[in-house]
Design a binder for this molecule. Structure first.
Ligand SMILES: C[S@@+](CC[C@H](N)C(=O)[O-])C[C@H]1O[C@@H](n2cnc3c(N)ncnc32)[C@H](O)[C@@H]1O
Length: 265
């Protein structure tokens, strides 16, 4: 599960974070800008009579600020100053992973709910380490899939570093792993800005940037892939953040899901 901290590049410059592993990302894109778009009681609506713990995965969690904000928001734990713990009957376990070991270490050190939110250093594109790791986590709960996955501002970095086929593989993997998927794709203009930043630093372009055939309206392109190739349906768009990123919720129709709502087990 070894992952580069930032591929040997200093991280003070945004362009030097080749995976989007910016050390202070939440200062530039505060979690509130995303979580405030999600309706209160969302989990209850998606899982009306959950009789078992809900399991979530946050892919590309950075140093965990958004993961914790999502957790609080979804469980209605609004008051940041109170040392509140999740109430009984609102059982959500969140596995948060990131390719950058240093960011994960920071997240672990500041996790307010270590019994419920786990942080792990994992390259989600590395199938040899992700499969045993995820199976082992899910196995602790007697499960083989997550109820909900979060993929916030990550798709561009997967796409730039792994190309069109990598993005397709990533989306197919997530759709097989999660019943619901909340995804915040970066628009195409962010790709151009990321490539520009890299050039300004005198680095080579991202390997795949110039050859990406999946381009343009990225929210639309990702929706097409998920709905046409990955057996997911678009449930709703929760709107756009002030920095122009849509928050899209998908639901799996796939037979590889555990095939029952949490209330049934
Ligand atoms: C722009 S940040 C988004 C952070 C957080 N999700 C948010 O929206 O506030 C993208 C994150 O994805 C992580 N990332 C990129 N490629 C990854 C991979 N292959 N596996 C796991 N994490 C990855 C980066 O290290 C970075 O922390």
């Amino acid at each position: 599960m070894a992952a580069p901290s930032s591929a040997g590049l200093p991280c003070s410059e945004p362009g030097a974070a080749p995976y989007g592993n910016f050390p202070n990302y939440s200062r530039f894109h505060p979690p509130e800008g995303r979580v405030s778009l999600l309706p209160g009681g969302l989990l209850r609506r998606l899982f009306p009579a959950a009789a078992r713990p809900l399991l979530g995965i946050d892919v590309g969690c950075n140093s965990g600020e958004l993961s914790v904000a999502l957790y609080r928001h979804l469980l209605g734990l609004q008051d940041k100053s109170s040392p509140d713990q999740p109430a009984a009957g609102k059982d959500l376990h969140l596995l948060c992973c990131d390719i950058d070991a240093a960011l994960i270490e920071r997240a672990q050190q500041s996790s307010p709910f270590p019994a419920f939110i786990s942080f792990a250093n994992l390259d989600i594109m590395d199938s040899t380490s992700r499969e045993p790791f995820l199976s082992s986590y899910l196995g602790r709960f007697g499960r083989s899939t997550f109820d909900i996955g979060f993929c916030m501002s990550v798709t561009m970095w997967i796409h730039l570093n792994h190309g069109d086929s990598g993005l397709r593989e990533f989306l197919a993997f997530l759709s097989s792993l999660c019943k619901y998927l909340l995804i915040e794709p970066q628009p195409w203009k962010c790709y151009r800005a990321a490539a520009r930043r890299l050039r300004k630093l005198g680095r080579n372009d991202f390997d795949h940037f110039r050859s990406l055939a999946i381009n343009g309206d990225m929210a639309e392109r990702i929706t097409q892939i998920l709905t046409k190739d990955c057996a997911m349906e678009l449930v709703c768009c929760f709107g756009s953040t002030s920095w122009d990123r849509s928050l899209l919720l998908f639901k799996s129709n796939g037979s590889n899901q555990e095939g029952r709502e949490p209330s049934e087990s």
